[in-house]
Design a protein around this ligand. Structure first.
Ligand SMILES: *[C@@H]1O[C@H](CO)[C@@H](O)[C@H](O)[C@H]1NC(C)=O
Ligand SMILES: *[C@@H]1O[C@H](CO)[C@@H](O)[C@H](O)[C@H]1NC(C)=O
Ligand SMILES: *[C@@H]1O[C@H](CO)[C@@H](O)[C@H](O)[C@H]1NC(C)=O
Ligand SMILES: *[C@@H]1O[C@H](CO)[C@@H](O)[C@H](O)[C@H]1NC(C)=O
Ligand SMILES: *[C@@H]1O[C@H](CO)[C@@H](O)[C@H](O)[C@H]1NC(C)=O
Ligand SMILES: *[C@@H]1O[C@H](CO)[C@@H](O)[C@H](O)[C@H]1NC(C)=O
Ligand SMILES: *[C@@H]1O[C@H](CO)[C@@H](O)[C@H](O)[C@H]1NC(C)=O
Ligand SMILES: *[C@@H]1O[C@H](CO)[C@@H](O)[C@H](O)[C@H]1NC(C)=O
Length: 367
């Protein structure tokens, strides 16, 4: 390299000497593109041939620094320079201190009496802040949760990643730019934690290989048994309410049924008494029981008594004993039986008289 540079210089010097002695200054190498972080310093080199009179540095078209062979002419405190005098060339290094985002732009070095320019771009990046809103994270073991990391005020937007020092069964994350804010992004980490640990959100500016991170403690608590109850209160309460109302309906239904039964039993007692009366009238000892059970006293009184009429005499002695027994049990029942039978007795005066007459005799004997 030195040899080739030397050759080039030699050619240049010869050419310069041949054509126009006194205006032979050239920029051998101009500045290079630089990307720096806000607040740091940016350096640019401009390599020129010997014999130069004035080197000018400009940023975004504004001359900020001029260098003569005697001394630099500083016009802005943030712009300084360092000189390196080599045997074959001169290098001027411009240093921009405390660069600001507004410094981003075109940097040029130029020589007086020359239209040759060396140009490069200065790019200033800004590292913003990180925030995980809930700094003390208490989550339930084994339940999926989300943790959001906000990167605010970054230029450009950083690459956000997560470092998990916590046992998890599953985790994933994705980053998106914050809508309406060109300098902010957010990353959502979805994880199913199994134990205590830390979560670290890392935001990196790839070009500069610089990163910022934020670590939070993740406290994992055991799932509470009543947490499931509190998480499902509406349907549980609804179920309870339904159960209670059903129970109430059931109880009401039971009461009604009991009342009905009570009434039925009374009616049965009455009807059974009527049956007994009919039995007394009935001659067939085997057939009477089922028949009388199915038939209500009102309907077929006449028929039963018609049948009974034929063999009234034969069945009378044993059946009358039964009737007398029932009569002993309840005195009211015979009276009621007579009352209910009165209309039918009017319809079939002969039959009712036949059936009733022995009973009346029996009751009379009992009392
Ligand atoms: C310097 O940066 C400018 C603008 O970003 C770009 O166009 C150019 O290609 C870069 N030059 C080099 C040598 O990377
Ligand atoms: C850039 O850095 C300077 C000093 O380090 C600071 O005062 C300024 O607020 C920063 N600007 C931005 C946009 O972050
Ligand atoms: C400029 O050149 C000098 C001398 O070669 C070197 O020490 C310095 O690192 C260079 N600066 C840049 C920004 O290249
Ligand atoms: C650099 O060194 C050369 C000799 O090597 C000298 O002629 C020239 O004046 C020096 N330039 C400055 C700015 O010191
Ligand atoms: C986590 O966020 C995603 C969307 O980003 C959402 O679908 C999911 O319900 C969230 N999970 C929890 C536990 O908040
Ligand atoms: C992990 O979570 C992702 C989405 O959150 C899901 O698609 C995937 O199936 C889960 N993996 C396991 C092993 O649970
Ligand atoms: C996490 O730590 C808390 C105390 O900081 C403790 O009460 C809890 O049991 C721990 N959880 C697990 C899963 O170890
Ligand atoms: C996280 O826990 C460590 C000890 O385990 C403690 O020193 C630190 O202050 C905690 N950080 C936060 C943000 O609570």
């Amino acid at each position: 390299m030195e040899g080739s540079w030397g050759g080039v210089l030699a050619v240049l010097v010869i050419l310069a000497g041949l054509t126009a002695p006194g205006s032979s200054y050239e920029i051998i190498e101009g500045p290079q593109n630089v990307t720096v972080l806000n607040g740091s310093e940016a350096r640019f080199n401009c390599t020129v041939t010997h014999g130069w009179k004035l080197i000018m540095w400009s940023l975004k078209g504004v001359v900020e620094l001029s260098i003569t062979s005697q001394q630099p002419i500083i016009t802005n405190d943030r712009f300084t320079s360092v000189s390196y005098n080599r045997s074959d060339r001169f290098i001027s290094e411009m240093i921009i201190h405390d660069v600001q985002p507004g410094d981003s732009g075109l940097v040029q070095c130029s020589l007086q009496n020359s239209n040759v320019l060396g140009s490069a771009f200065l790019t200033v990046q800004v590292m913003g802040t990180l925030d995980i809103p809930s700094n003390s994270l208490v989550v339930t073991q084994g339940e999926p949760c989300n943790v959001t990391c906000y990167a605010l005020g970054w230029t450009p937007l950083p690459d956000i990643s997560w470092e998990l020092e916590v046992p998890v069964s599953n985790s994933s994350y994705y980053s998106v730019p914050e809508p309406g804010d060109l300098m902010s992004a957010l990353s959502i980490l979805a994880l199913t934690p199994l134990g205590n640990g830390t979560l670290t959100c890392v935001a990196e500016l790839k070009n500069l290989q610089v990163s910022k991170s934020l670590t939070v403690n993740l406290t994992v608590v055991q799932p509470l048994p009543d947490s499931t109850g509190s998480s499902l209160p509406t349907w549980a309460i609804a179920l309870l309410a339904v159960a209670f109302s059903l129970l109430l309906i059931l109880i009401t239904a039971l009461i009604i049924v009991c009342c009905c039964c009570g009434v039925c039993r009374r009616e049965k007692e009455e009807s059974s008494y009527q049956n007994e009366i009919r039995k007394t009238a009935n001659t067939k000892p085997n057939k009477t029981d089922p028949e009388t059970r199915f038939k209500s006293g009102k309907e077929n009184l006449g028929y039963s008594s018609d049948e009974a009429r034929a063999a009234q005499i034969a069945s009378l002695p044993p059946k009358s004993g039964e009737v007398s027994l029932q009569g002993q049990r309840s005195h009211i029942a015979p009276y009621q039986a007579h009352k209910t039978r009165q209309p039918s007795a009017a319809n079939h005066p002969r039959v009712s008289f036949d059936t009733a007459s022995p009973q009346k005799v029996r009751n009379a004997t009992l009392v």
